[in-house]
Design a protein around this ligand. Structure first.
Ligand code: GRF
Length: 216
């Protein structure tokens, strides 16, 4: 399985993918890392791992669709099977989604459908929830709305602040994302249509876990 990882920032999830590929727990190759920002630290991580990088800056394109068309061309040129949005701060359009049907994956720092969009950790903290977490899902046309592939729950501790909660969720993102991608590599992920809404079915493995063992 040839993966493209799309990034905009620090790239710690990219690093988790690269590490899992290196040790063999993710049977895939990172074919290319694409950033919409030239200075993204994630690019350094890719370089360090010897992975091809591309910068496709959104400012150079007149529309989201034109941007995604350039992205699709680049991904096709690298023989990509699965596209991973790992901190990619762009809304993608049907141009990308239709080129890789049910093969565009996102990681989001909440238990979706709760707290979609920006600052999910802050939203959770402010809402006073006792449990939050992270979600790997297929991307559809909405904001963090696609079919859920896997989730990990993280307990909100009394002593937490937004930063500590953010950090503990990130640790679980780094476990969950490579694990879920391995299910794709093994051909375990399929999408069933349930009424009029699609739902992911993973053959075999459990799709969720609770990270913290503290009382809730
Ligand atoms: C992660 O929290 C991810 O869930 C969200 O953006 C952040 C990216 O972090 N979509 P990183 O660039 O992987 O460190």
């Amino acid at each position: 399985m040839r993966i493209a990882v799309l990034v905009s920032g620090s790239g710690t999830n990219l690093q988790a993918i690269l590490d899992a590929v290196r040790v063999g727990t993710l049977e895939a190759e990172v074919a290319v890392v694409v950033s919409n920002k030239a200075g993204a630290p994630a690019l350094e991580r890719a370089h360090a791992a010897g992975v091809t990088t591309l910068v496709i800056e959104h400012r150079a394109y007149a529309s989201r669709e034109a941007y995604d068309l350039a992205m699709v061309e680049a991904l096709r040129a690298h023989g990509v099977d699965v596209v991973v949005l790992a901190g990619f701060m762009r809304i993608v359009t049907p141009v990308l989604l239709e080129a890789f049907p049910n093969r565009v994956v996102n990681i989001h720092p909440s238990l979706l459908p709760a707290f979609p969009g920006m600052n999910a950790q802050r939203q959770a903290f402010k809402a006073g929830v006792a449990v939050t977490g992270c979600t790997v899902h297929l991307v559809d046309g909405g904001m963090d709305t696609g079919p859920i592939v896997a989730q990990a729950a993280v307990v909100v501790r009394a002593e937490d602040d937004e930063a500590s909660l953010h950090a503990r969720i990130l640790v679980e993102e780094h476990r969950l994302l490579p694990r879920a991608l391995q299910w794709f590599a093994r051909g375990l992920v399929s999408v069933v249509i349930d009424g009029d809404s699609p739902r992911v079915v993973v053959a075999g493995p459990a799709r969720g876990y609770v990270a913290a063992t503290g009382e809730i």
